[in-house]
Ligand binder design. Structure first.
Ligand SMILES: Nc1ncnc2c1ncn2[C@@H]1O[C@H](COP(=O)(O)OP(=O)(O)O)[C@@H](O)[C@H]1O
Ligand SMILES: [Mg+2]
Length: 420
C-alpha cells in the first residue's frame, strides 16, 4: 500500500497534522474498493485532492476521472449533464447526448458540492448507486454503468436532510466512508508550513525573492481564523508576494492583508469611516449592492432621457440633481477631515510604494475628467474595475490602489465620488 508520505508528495499536499494524515490514510485504504466516499470539510480545506488520490490508487486508474461541480450546473440541465438525453427530449435537444455516467463507465466521478443536487437528480443518483442503472432524459431504456462515486460537501448534510433538501437514503449510500478534512485553524502546526510553501512558489512564479515573516508576524498568522482555509492562505501569500517591496513581512504589514471582519484579532486600523460604519462584511456587501442598484436605476433614467431627447446639454441641465447624485459633488467640503483618517492609514503601511506616495499631491479629479471627455460606459467600466479591485482585496485600499496603478489618494477620491 502506498505510504501517506509518498501520496502527499505525489499530490502536492503539504502538512503534517495527524487529522490530515488520517484523512489521506483513509483515502489510501478505501481506494482499491468500490465503496462510495463522502469528503466533508469547509470550503478551501483541500477536498479536491481526496477523490484524485482514490481514483489514482484504484483499479480504475486507467479509466476516466470526471469532476462535476453540482453547484455550478443549472437545475434545468443537470440531469442531462449527468445522465445524458435522447434526441428531442426537450427543446434544443437536437441530438442524443451521453452523460457523464455513461462516459465515465469503468472510471470515477467526483460529485463536488453534492448537497446542491436537486431532489429529482438525487433520485436518479440513488438508482445508479444501488444497481448501476440509469435512464437518459427522455428515454425509457434502462442503461447500465459501472462508476465509482466520490462526493464532497461543505454543508452540514444533517441540516440539509432535516430541511428536506437532501434525501436521507442517498446520504447513507454516499457516505459509506466519510473522510473529513479539518479546517486550517484546527491544524495550527501546518499554517506556517503552508505559508512558507506558497511564499516560495510565488517567489518562483513572479521571479522575486521569497517573502519571510518576522518572529512577531508568525503568531498573527497562526491566530487568524482563516475561514477560507488553505485557499485564503494561498491568496494572502500571493498578494503579499506580489505587492510588498520589502520582503521581510512584519506583523503590521501582515495584519494589513487579513480581513478584520472575520478575524478575532483587534483591528490595527481603527476608526476609519468604512470600518466603523459596518459590523461585518455581509453588511458592506449589501450596502455596495444597494448603492449599485440605486446608481443603476439613476443611470437608466439618465440614459433613457438621453435616448429620448438626444440633446446632451439640455438633458444635463434638466437632470443636474441626478447627475450630481450619480457622479458626486465637485466640492469635497469634508475632505480635509477624512483625509486625515486616510493619512493615518497610509502611515501604518510601512512599505507603501514610494511612487504612490509621491502621487498624493496630484490634482487629479475624476469628476472634472468625466465632464470633459468621459462617456457613461467608460465611467461604468472604471467604477466596475474599482469595485472589483476593492472586493478582491476585501476593502483594502492600499492593495486596490496598487492593483489599479493609482495613488491611494486618487482611489480615496474615487471612492468618495462613487459613494462606494
Ligand atoms: N494540503 C495542501 N497543501 C497544499 N495546497 C493545498 C492543500 N490543500 C489545499 N491546497 C490548495 O488549496 C486550494 C483549495 O483546495 P480545494 O481542494 O479546491 O478546496 P475545497 O475543494 O475543499 O474547497 C487549492 O489551490 C489547493 O491546491
Ligand atoms: Mg472545491
Amino acid at each position: 500500500m502506498e505510504s501517506i508520505q509518498a501520496t502527499k508528495q505525489r499530490f502536492g499536499i503539504i502538512g503534517n497534522d495527524p487529522t490530515l494524515n488520517r484523512a489521506i490514510e483513509k483515502a489510501i485504504q478505501v481506494a482499491p474498493t468500490d465503496i462510495s466516499v463522502l469528503v466533508t470539510g469547509e470550503s478551501g480545506v483541500g477536498k479536491e485532492s481526496i477523490p484524485k488520490i482514490i481514483h489514482s490508487l484504484s483499479h480504475r486508474k486507467h479509466g476516466k476521472y470526471i469532476a462535476v461541480n453540482c453547484g455550478a450546473i443549472p437545475e434545468g440541465t443537470i440531469d442531462s449533464e449527468l445522465f445524458g438525453h435522447e434526441k428531442g427530449a426537450f427543446t434544443g435537444a437536437t441530438a442524443t447526448r451521453n452523460g457523464y455516467f455513461e462516459v465515465a463507465d469503468g472510471g470515477t466521478i467526483f460529485l463536488d458540492e453534492v448537497g446542491e443536487l436537486p431532489l429529482t437528480t438525487q433520485v436518479r443518483l440513488l438508482r445508479v448507486l444501488e444497481n448501476g442503472e440509469f435512464l437518459k432524459v427522455g428515454s425509457s431504456k434502462v442503461q447500465k454503468t459501472d462508476v465509482r462515486i466520490v462526493a464532497a460537501t461543505n454543508v452540514n448534510m444533517f441540516d440539509a436532510i432535516k430541511k428536506e433538501k437532501f434525501r436521507e437514503d442517498l446520504y447513507y449510500r454516499l457516505s459509506t466512508i466519510e473522510i473529513n478534512l479539518p479546517a486550517l485553524r484546527e491544524r495550527k502546526e501546518d499554517i506556517h508550513l503552508l505559508f512558507r510553501k506558497f511564499a516560495s512558489d510565488f517567489a518562483l512564479k513572479y521571479k522575486m525573492p521569497t517573502i519571510k515573516l518576522t518572529e512577531d508576524a508568525i503568531p498573527v498568522l497562526l491566530k487568524f481564523r482563516w475561514s477560507g482555509n488553505i485557499r485564503q492562505l494561498r491568496n494572502v501569500a500571493e498578494q503579499i508576494s506580489v505587492l510588498e517591496q520589502n520582503r521581510t513581512i512584519t506583523a503590521e504589514v501582515l495584519q494589513g492583508y487579513l480581513p478584520t471582519g472575520s478575524s478575532n484579532l483587534p483591528a490595527v486600523i481603527k476608526n476609519t469611516k468604512a470600518e466603523s460604519d459596518f459590523s461585518n462584511e455581509r453588511e458592506i456587501l449589501y450596502k455596495v449592492l444597494f448603492d449599485m442598484k440605486a446608481d443603476l436605476n439613476d443611470l437608466k433614467k439618465l440614459t433613457m432621457e438621453l435616448m429620448k431627447n438626444g440633446n446632451a446639454t439640455e438633458v444635463q441641465e434638466k437632470n443636474e440633481g441626478l447627475i450630481q447624485k450619480i457622479y458626486g459633488n465637485e466640492e469635497d467640503t469634508d475632505y480635509e477631515e477624512e483625509e486625515k483618517e486616510e493619512l493615518k492609514v497610509l502611515a501604518i503601511s510601512q512599505n507603501a510604494n514610494p511612487e504612490n506616495l509621491q502621487n498624493t499631491s496630484d490634482k487629479y479629479h475624476f469628476a472634472e475628467e468625466i465632464e470633459e471627455e468621459e462617456t457613461l460606459s467608460l465611467h461604468d467600466k472604471e467604477l466596475e474595475l474599482i469595485k472589483k479591485s476593492l472586493e478582491r482585496h476585501q476593502g483594502k485600499r492600499k492593495l486596490a490602489a496598487a492593483e489599479l496603478g493609482i495613488s491611494e489618494r486618487t482611489l480615496y477620491r474615487k471612492i468618495k465620488q462613487f459613494d462606494l
